[in-house]
Design a protein around this ligand. Structure first.
Ligand code: SF4
Length: 341
Protein backbone atom coordinates (compact mmCIF):
# COMPACT_ATOMS: atom_id res chain seq x y z
CA UNK A 1 0.00 0.00 0.00
CA UNK A 2 1.20 3.50 -0.81
CA UNK A 3 1.35 6.38 1.66
CA UNK A 4 -1.55 7.89 -0.30
CA UNK A 5 -3.62 4.82 0.50
CA UNK A 6 -3.60 3.41 -2.99
CA UNK A 7 -3.59 -0.38 -3.10
CA UNK A 8 -1.71 -2.40 -5.67
CA UNK A 9 -2.87 -5.98 -6.15
CA UNK A 10 -0.25 -8.71 -5.76
CA UNK A 11 0.17 -9.44 -9.44
CA UNK A 12 -0.37 -5.92 -10.82
CA UNK A 13 2.30 -3.75 -12.39
CA UNK A 14 2.30 -0.28 -10.81
CA UNK A 15 0.67 2.27 -13.09
CA UNK A 16 0.95 6.05 -13.15
CA UNK A 17 -2.61 7.15 -12.38
CA UNK A 18 -4.67 7.84 -15.55
CA UNK A 19 -5.28 11.53 -14.73
CA UNK A 20 -1.56 12.14 -14.23
CA UNK A 21 -0.63 10.07 -17.24
CA UNK A 22 -2.97 12.24 -19.36
CA UNK A 23 -1.28 15.39 -18.10
CA UNK A 24 2.16 13.96 -18.79
CA UNK A 25 1.18 12.98 -22.31
CA UNK A 26 -0.14 16.51 -22.87
CA UNK A 27 3.30 17.75 -21.83
CA UNK A 28 4.78 15.41 -24.49
CA UNK A 29 6.04 12.69 -22.18
CA UNK A 30 5.84 9.06 -23.21
CA UNK A 31 4.41 6.91 -20.42
CA UNK A 32 4.57 3.16 -19.85
CA UNK A 33 3.38 1.62 -16.55
CA UNK A 34 5.53 3.50 -13.97
CA UNK A 35 8.17 4.74 -16.44
CA UNK A 36 8.48 7.96 -18.45
CA UNK A 37 10.45 9.16 -21.47
CA UNK A 38 10.72 12.53 -23.22
CA UNK A 39 12.72 14.40 -25.85
CA UNK A 40 14.57 17.18 -24.12
CA UNK A 41 14.86 20.72 -25.46
CA UNK A 42 18.42 20.08 -26.72
CA UNK A 43 17.64 16.77 -28.41
CA UNK A 44 14.94 18.51 -30.44
CA UNK A 45 17.31 21.38 -31.26
CA UNK A 46 20.06 19.01 -32.36
CA UNK A 47 17.72 17.41 -34.92
CA UNK A 48 17.85 20.80 -36.67
CA UNK A 49 21.54 21.52 -36.00
CA UNK A 50 20.51 24.35 -33.70
CA UNK A 51 22.81 23.46 -30.82
CA UNK A 52 23.79 20.66 -28.45
CA UNK A 53 23.45 19.89 -24.78
CA UNK A 54 26.34 20.89 -22.49
CA UNK A 55 27.06 17.18 -22.00
CA UNK A 56 28.23 17.18 -25.61
CA UNK A 57 30.56 20.10 -24.96
CA UNK A 58 31.85 18.75 -21.65
CA UNK A 59 32.08 15.00 -22.26
CA UNK A 60 31.38 14.35 -25.97
CA UNK A 61 27.89 12.83 -25.61
CA UNK A 62 25.85 12.77 -28.84
CA UNK A 63 22.78 14.93 -28.13
CA UNK A 64 20.43 13.55 -30.78
CA UNK A 65 21.20 9.94 -29.81
CA UNK A 66 20.50 10.50 -26.11
CA UNK A 67 17.45 8.84 -24.58
CA UNK A 68 16.30 10.50 -21.38
CA UNK A 69 13.99 8.38 -19.30
CA UNK A 70 13.05 7.30 -15.80
CA UNK A 71 11.95 3.87 -14.53
CA UNK A 72 10.31 5.61 -11.55
CA UNK A 73 8.54 8.48 -13.28
CA UNK A 74 6.29 9.50 -10.41
CA UNK A 75 8.18 8.31 -7.34
CA UNK A 76 10.58 10.40 -5.34
CA UNK A 77 11.56 10.72 -1.67
CA UNK A 78 12.08 14.49 -1.96
CA UNK A 79 9.99 17.51 -2.93
CA UNK A 80 12.80 19.85 -4.02
CA UNK A 81 11.87 23.48 -4.28
CA UNK A 82 13.63 23.79 -7.67
CA UNK A 83 12.23 20.60 -9.26
CA UNK A 84 10.86 21.43 -12.71
CA UNK A 85 9.08 18.12 -13.00
CA UNK A 86 5.44 17.68 -11.98
CA UNK A 87 6.40 16.56 -8.47
CA UNK A 88 3.04 17.64 -7.02
CA UNK A 89 1.88 14.29 -8.40
CA UNK A 90 4.67 12.26 -6.86
CA UNK A 91 3.62 9.20 -4.97
CA UNK A 92 5.54 8.07 -1.90
CA UNK A 93 4.84 4.46 -2.78
CA UNK A 94 7.70 2.07 -2.24
CA UNK A 95 8.15 0.18 -5.47
CA UNK A 96 7.64 -3.47 -4.54
CA UNK A 97 9.80 -5.70 -6.80
CA UNK A 98 6.84 -7.96 -7.52
CA UNK A 99 4.81 -5.02 -8.87
CA UNK A 100 7.35 -3.49 -11.25
CA UNK A 101 7.87 -3.98 -14.96
CA UNK A 102 10.93 -5.92 -16.14
CA UNK A 103 13.82 -3.90 -17.62
CA UNK A 104 13.41 -5.40 -21.13
CA UNK A 105 9.74 -4.49 -21.09
CA UNK A 106 10.39 -0.94 -19.87
CA UNK A 107 12.98 -0.26 -22.54
CA UNK A 108 11.02 -1.76 -25.42
CA UNK A 109 7.84 0.14 -24.48
CA UNK A 110 9.68 3.42 -23.87
CA UNK A 111 11.58 3.03 -27.17
CA UNK A 112 8.23 2.78 -28.89
CA UNK A 113 6.91 5.85 -27.03
CA UNK A 114 10.08 7.76 -27.90
CA UNK A 115 9.81 6.71 -31.54
CA UNK A 116 6.30 8.20 -31.64
CA UNK A 117 7.68 11.46 -30.25
CA UNK A 118 10.48 11.49 -32.86
CA UNK A 119 8.16 10.68 -35.78
CA UNK A 120 6.58 14.13 -35.66
CA UNK A 121 9.99 15.66 -36.44
CA UNK A 122 10.27 13.90 -39.81
CA UNK A 123 7.61 16.31 -41.09
CA UNK A 124 9.76 19.33 -40.21
CA UNK A 125 11.82 20.36 -43.25
CA UNK A 126 14.55 21.77 -40.96
CA UNK A 127 15.23 18.33 -39.41
CA UNK A 128 18.31 16.35 -40.47
CA UNK A 129 16.82 13.00 -41.55
CA UNK A 130 20.02 11.12 -40.88
CA UNK A 131 20.08 12.42 -37.30
CA UNK A 132 16.46 11.39 -36.82
CA UNK A 133 17.24 7.88 -38.10
CA UNK A 134 20.22 7.64 -35.75
CA UNK A 135 18.21 8.91 -32.81
CA UNK A 136 15.90 5.89 -33.06
CA UNK A 137 18.77 3.72 -31.80
CA UNK A 138 20.15 5.60 -28.78
CA UNK A 139 23.86 5.47 -28.05
CA UNK A 140 23.50 7.29 -24.74
CA UNK A 141 21.01 6.87 -21.89
CA UNK A 142 20.31 9.59 -19.32
CA UNK A 143 18.42 7.93 -16.47
CA UNK A 144 17.17 11.11 -14.87
CA UNK A 145 13.97 12.46 -16.35
CA UNK A 146 11.40 12.59 -13.54
CA UNK A 147 11.24 10.91 -10.16
CA UNK A 148 14.14 9.11 -8.47
CA UNK A 149 15.50 6.19 -10.56
CA UNK A 150 17.18 4.43 -7.61
CA UNK A 151 13.71 3.65 -6.23
CA UNK A 152 13.21 1.18 -9.07
CA UNK A 153 14.25 -2.13 -7.42
CA UNK A 154 15.53 -3.72 -10.64
CA UNK A 155 17.89 -0.87 -11.53
CA UNK A 156 21.01 -3.13 -11.64
CA UNK A 157 19.30 -5.43 -14.13
CA UNK A 158 18.09 -2.41 -16.15
CA UNK A 159 21.59 -0.91 -16.43
CA UNK A 160 23.09 -4.29 -17.31
CA UNK A 161 20.47 -4.72 -20.00
CA UNK A 162 21.24 -1.28 -21.47
CA UNK A 163 24.95 -2.14 -21.47
CA UNK A 164 24.20 -5.31 -23.44
CA UNK A 165 22.58 -3.39 -26.32
CA UNK A 166 24.83 -3.12 -29.37
CA UNK A 167 24.47 0.64 -29.90
CA UNK A 168 25.01 1.67 -26.27
CA UNK A 169 28.12 3.77 -25.66
CA UNK A 170 27.35 5.38 -22.32
CA UNK A 171 24.84 5.59 -19.48
CA UNK A 172 24.46 8.50 -17.04
CA UNK A 173 22.47 8.10 -13.83
CA UNK A 174 21.39 11.01 -11.62
CA UNK A 175 20.47 10.29 -8.01
CA UNK A 176 19.31 12.40 -5.09
CA UNK A 177 21.34 10.16 -2.77
CA UNK A 178 18.40 8.86 -0.76
CA UNK A 179 18.99 5.19 -1.58
CA UNK A 180 22.64 4.39 -0.72
CA UNK A 181 21.78 0.68 -0.57
CA UNK A 182 20.90 0.77 -4.26
CA UNK A 183 24.21 2.44 -5.11
CA UNK A 184 25.96 -0.36 -3.21
CA UNK A 185 23.95 -2.93 -5.15
CA UNK A 186 25.01 -1.31 -8.43
CA UNK A 187 28.63 -1.56 -7.33
CA UNK A 188 28.33 -5.13 -6.04
CA UNK A 189 26.54 -6.33 -9.15
CA UNK A 190 28.93 -4.59 -11.55
CA UNK A 191 26.06 -2.45 -12.80
CA UNK A 192 27.34 1.07 -12.24
CA UNK A 193 26.57 3.58 -15.00
CA UNK A 194 29.35 5.20 -17.04
CA UNK A 195 28.91 8.37 -15.01
CA UNK A 196 27.08 8.71 -11.70
CA UNK A 197 25.68 12.09 -10.64
CA UNK A 198 24.80 12.99 -7.07
CA UNK A 199 22.58 16.06 -6.64
CA UNK A 200 24.35 18.24 -4.10
CA UNK A 201 22.51 21.42 -3.26
CA UNK A 202 23.48 22.03 0.33
CA UNK A 203 26.58 21.80 2.46
CA UNK A 204 24.65 21.96 5.74
CA UNK A 205 21.59 20.25 7.19
CA UNK A 206 19.46 23.37 7.47
CA UNK A 207 19.67 24.33 3.81
CA UNK A 208 19.42 20.65 2.81
CA UNK A 209 15.98 20.53 4.44
CA UNK A 210 14.92 23.89 3.00
CA UNK A 211 15.90 23.01 -0.56
CA UNK A 212 15.15 19.28 -0.83
CA UNK A 213 12.14 18.99 1.48
CA UNK A 214 12.93 15.30 2.07
CA UNK A 215 10.35 12.76 3.20
CA UNK A 216 12.74 10.45 5.07
CA UNK A 217 13.57 11.39 8.68
CA UNK A 218 17.16 10.24 8.16
CA UNK A 219 17.50 11.93 4.74
CA UNK A 220 20.69 13.82 5.63
CA UNK A 221 22.38 10.60 6.85
CA UNK A 222 21.24 8.79 3.71
CA UNK A 223 22.59 11.53 1.47
CA UNK A 224 25.90 11.66 3.35
CA UNK A 225 26.28 7.87 3.12
CA UNK A 226 25.94 8.13 -0.65
CA UNK A 227 28.42 11.01 -0.73
CA UNK A 228 30.98 8.99 1.23
CA UNK A 229 30.59 6.05 -1.15
CA UNK A 230 31.60 8.07 -4.23
CA UNK A 231 35.35 7.81 -3.66
CA UNK A 232 35.28 4.03 -3.79
CA UNK A 233 32.96 3.53 -6.74
CA UNK A 234 34.44 2.02 -9.83
CA UNK A 235 33.03 4.61 -12.22
CA UNK A 236 33.15 8.31 -13.16
CA UNK A 237 31.49 10.47 -10.49
CA UNK A 238 29.99 13.96 -10.58
CA UNK A 239 28.52 16.21 -7.91
CA UNK A 240 25.90 18.53 -9.38
CA UNK A 241 25.18 21.74 -7.52
CA UNK A 242 22.13 23.79 -8.49
CA UNK A 243 22.58 27.32 -7.18
CA UNK A 244 19.39 29.12 -6.09
CA UNK A 245 19.59 32.77 -5.13
CA UNK A 246 19.01 33.29 -1.40
CA UNK A 247 19.04 29.54 -0.74
CA UNK A 248 22.60 28.28 -1.27
CA UNK A 249 24.55 30.98 -3.16
CA UNK A 250 25.72 33.00 -0.17
CA UNK A 251 29.41 33.76 0.07
CA UNK A 252 29.69 32.24 3.52
CA UNK A 253 28.56 28.87 2.09
CA UNK A 254 31.50 28.65 -0.30
CA UNK A 255 33.98 27.31 2.24
CA UNK A 256 31.55 24.59 3.38
CA UNK A 257 31.00 23.49 -0.24
CA UNK A 258 34.77 23.56 -0.92
CA UNK A 259 35.45 21.37 2.13
CA UNK A 260 32.73 18.93 1.10
CA UNK A 261 34.04 18.67 -2.47
CA UNK A 262 37.58 18.08 -1.30
CA UNK A 263 36.51 15.27 1.04
CA UNK A 264 34.18 13.57 -1.43
CA UNK A 265 36.71 13.98 -4.26
CA UNK A 266 34.45 13.22 -7.27
CA UNK A 267 35.96 13.37 -10.77
CA UNK A 268 33.88 16.40 -11.75
CA UNK A 269 31.63 19.03 -10.19
CA UNK A 270 28.95 20.72 -12.23
CA UNK A 271 27.76 24.04 -10.79
CA UNK A 272 24.74 25.57 -12.47
CA UNK A 273 22.07 28.13 -11.92
CA UNK A 274 18.53 27.16 -11.06
CA UNK A 275 16.40 27.62 -14.19
CA UNK A 276 12.97 29.18 -13.85
CA UNK A 277 11.10 26.61 -15.92
CA UNK A 278 8.37 24.00 -15.69
CA UNK A 279 6.61 23.40 -12.41
CA UNK A 280 9.29 25.16 -10.37
CA UNK A 281 7.77 28.50 -11.46
CA UNK A 282 4.98 27.82 -8.93
CA UNK A 283 7.50 27.71 -6.09
CA UNK A 284 10.34 30.07 -7.01
CA UNK A 285 10.71 33.43 -8.73
CA UNK A 286 12.64 34.47 -11.82
CA UNK A 287 15.00 36.36 -9.47
CA UNK A 288 16.07 33.06 -7.89
CA UNK A 289 18.13 32.36 -11.03
CA UNK A 290 21.80 33.41 -11.05
CA UNK A 291 23.52 35.22 -13.90
CA UNK A 292 26.34 33.28 -15.58
CA UNK A 293 28.88 35.72 -14.18
CA UNK A 294 27.67 34.89 -10.66
CA UNK A 295 27.88 31.14 -11.31
CA UNK A 296 31.42 31.62 -12.60
CA UNK A 297 32.49 33.67 -9.60
CA UNK A 298 31.04 31.11 -7.16
CA UNK A 299 32.64 28.20 -9.06
CA UNK A 300 36.06 29.82 -9.28
CA UNK A 301 36.06 30.54 -5.55
CA UNK A 302 34.90 27.01 -4.64
CA UNK A 303 37.62 25.56 -6.90
CA UNK A 304 40.27 27.77 -5.32
CA UNK A 305 39.28 26.98 -1.75
CA UNK A 306 39.01 23.24 -2.46
CA UNK A 307 42.68 23.24 -3.59
CA UNK A 308 42.11 20.17 -5.77
CA UNK A 309 39.60 21.38 -8.39
CA UNK A 310 39.99 23.76 -11.31
CA UNK A 311 37.55 25.08 -13.91
CA UNK A 312 37.45 22.71 -16.90
CA UNK A 313 34.77 24.27 -19.09
CA UNK A 314 31.52 26.23 -19.09
CA UNK A 315 28.32 26.68 -21.07
CA UNK A 316 26.88 30.18 -21.12
CA UNK A 317 23.52 29.20 -22.52
CA UNK A 318 22.97 26.58 -19.79
CA UNK A 319 24.59 28.79 -17.09
CA UNK A 320 26.84 25.98 -15.97
CA UNK A 321 30.50 25.59 -15.06
CA UNK A 322 32.28 22.24 -14.72
CA UNK A 323 35.23 21.69 -12.41
CA UNK A 324 37.76 18.92 -12.81
CA UNK A 325 39.48 17.08 -9.98
CA UNK A 326 43.25 17.43 -10.45
CA UNK A 327 43.97 14.76 -7.86
CA UNK A 328 41.74 12.17 -9.55
CA UNK A 329 42.27 13.34 -13.11
CA UNK A 330 40.57 11.30 -15.82
CA UNK A 331 39.95 11.91 -19.51
CA UNK A 332 36.94 14.21 -19.79
CA UNK A 333 35.80 12.52 -23.03
CA UNK A 334 33.54 9.52 -22.72
CA UNK A 335 35.02 6.56 -24.65
CA UNK A 336 33.20 5.84 -27.92
CA UNK A 337 32.74 2.23 -26.85
CA UNK A 338 31.27 0.79 -23.69
CA UNK A 339 33.74 -1.23 -21.64
CA UNK A 340 31.61 -3.98 -20.19
CA UNK A 341 34.50 -6.08 -18.93
S1 SF4 B 1 15.07 14.68 -6.10
FE1 SF4 B 1 14.91 15.22 -8.28
S2 SF4 B 1 12.95 14.38 -8.97
FE2 SF4 B 1 12.92 14.37 -6.71
S3 SF4 B 1 11.90 16.29 -6.16
FE3 SF4 B 1 14.12 16.68 -6.17
S4 SF4 B 1 14.62 17.45 -8.24
FE4 SF4 B 1 12.55 16.50 -8.32
Amino acid sequence: MSCSGETVEDDQIIQIKPRISQQLKKAKYGVSDHSTVALCHWTKKSFKHEGSCYKHKFYGISTHSCMEFSPAGMYCENRCVYCWRPMEFYDSLQMDPKNVAEPVEIISKLMEERKNLIMGHYGDSRSDKMRLDESLKPSHYAISLSGEPTMYPKLPELIKYLKSLKETKSIFLVTNGQEPQMIKKLQDQDALPTQLYLSTNAADYESFLKINKPRYDDSWERWNTTLEMLKNLNTRTVLRITLIRNYNDKEEMISAFAKMLKEASPNFVEIKSYMHIGRSTNRLEHENMLEMEEVKKFSEEVAKQSEIFSVMDESYVSRIVVLQNNKQKIDRWIPTYLDTN
